[in-house]
Ligand binder design. Structure first.
Ligand code: TYC
Length: 119
């Protein structure tokens, strides 16, 4: 019977530090695995019925804007049809939307706002 000379099977490669022939350990640089969390912008929509003053108060109360900034954002929404109230993590943005819709409903105004992912 004829036997062929073959190399013995090499052990399966395992994850971890590679070793060179000199026995020194080589650490490989791994790409960063953790991505920054997706952020969401809360966008308020214009309508013909909600009083400007109500929108200003909502922006001050729920989005921590001073009166001047709140007025500017409200006017931007009034003129452009929509505007960004703030940028938050998903849960915080959803809570802001709930707070605005609840306040609007209680006051009898049709004010609408939505949360949308950015980038
Ligand atoms: N357009 C409204 C008005 O003239 C004011 C308004 C501003 C309503 C912003 C909603 O998100 C809004 N009374």
């Amino acid at each position: 019977m004829i036997f062929m000379v073959t190399k013995p099977p090499s052990p399966p490669s395992v994850p971890g530090p590679a070793q060179d022939d000199g026995g020194s350990v080589v650490l490989e640089r791994r790409p960063e695995k953790t991505l920054p969390p997706q952020m969401y912008q809360v966008v308020m929509l214009n309508d013909d019925y909600t009083p400007m003053e109500f929108v200003i108060v909502v922006l001050q109360e729920f989005f921590n804007k001073d009166r001047e900034t709140a007025t500017q954002i409200m006017l931007k929404i009034h003129l452009d049809g929509k505007g960004i109230c703030g940028v938050y993590s998903r849960d915080v943005a959803a809570t802001k939307v709930d707070q605005v819709l609840d306040a609007a409903l209680r006051a009898g105004h049709p004010l609408q706002c939505v949360s949308e992912p950015i980038e």
